[in-house]
Design a protein around this ligand. Structure first.
Ligand SMILES: Cc1cc2nc3c(=O)[nH]c(=O)nc-3n(C[C@H](O)[C@H](O)[C@H](O)COP(=O)(O)O)c2cc1C
Length: 189
């Protein structure tokens, strides 16, 4: 299996983001299978249709990162039982301008963590809806991670064996799906 290029999008602009730490742990778990591009979203301007005539540089960069990836991994917090504004903003930029939807045909895997008992389940559900509408293929299954202070060790590795193996299976499932969809990506290229 060749290594797949994935764009990782963290749905938080917080410096000490627990989702960024989880994303880094997932990237380590998948290091043999993925080359990771960290697609930054905190420097995208607030979406405004007026800006579509001349896309801001950060938007053009973000869209190119999404379009150039074999797959997209979203690791996000939940805000007010939905998608954080910074991530919704990035999704809207990816979808625009009309006819230049960067998400169309992309394979997307979604996970996230929060200290709450249902670990971002509602935000992830909203993302599944959005990406379906935008013509992406969202990987099946569920990965809701309840964050505990000892989830990750000082080196950023997942401490609990069963959580690590669960997330390894999630990463492996994503690589397997990208492998099965390789002919479709090649045909579309
Ligand atoms: C505006 C706001 C809304 C939040 N709403 C939720 C929520 O609906 N569900 C949840 O589990 N946690 C919620 N939280 C708590 C976050 O899970 C927590 O702040 C977490 O650290 C955010 O992830 P991050 O560190 O990656 O930014 C909310 C936090 C903020 C700032």
């Amino acid at each position: 299996m060749r290594k797949f290029k994935i764009a990782v999008i963290v749905g938080s602009n917080r410096r000490e983001s627990i989702n960024r730490r989880l994303a880094q742990a997932l990237a380590k778990l998948g290091a043999a299978k993925f080359d990771v591009v960290w697609a930054r979203i905190d420097d995208l301007p607030m979406y405004n249709q007026d800006l579509e005539t001349q896309l801001p540089e950060s938007v053009a960069r973000f869209k190119a990162e999404v379009e150039g990836a074999d797959g997209i991994l979203i690791v996000t917090p939940e805000h007010s039982r939905s998608v954080p504004a910074v991530l919704k903003n990035a999704i809207d930029w990816g979808a625009r301008p009309w006819g230049k939807n960067s998400w169309a045909g992309k394979t997307v895997a979604i996970t996230g963590t929060s200290p709450g008992a249902i670990g971002t389940a509602v935000a992830q559900q909203h993302l599944r809806h959005m990406f379906g509408v935008l013509g992406a293929l969202v990987m099946g299954g569920e990965a809701y991670v309840t964050f505990k202070p000892d989830l990750l060790d000082a080196a950023g590795a997942i401490t609990d064996d069963s959580t690590r193996e669960f997330l390894r299976a999630f990463v492996d499932q994503f690589a397997g799906l990208l492998q099965r969809l390789e002919p479709a990506r090649q045909a579309a290229a």
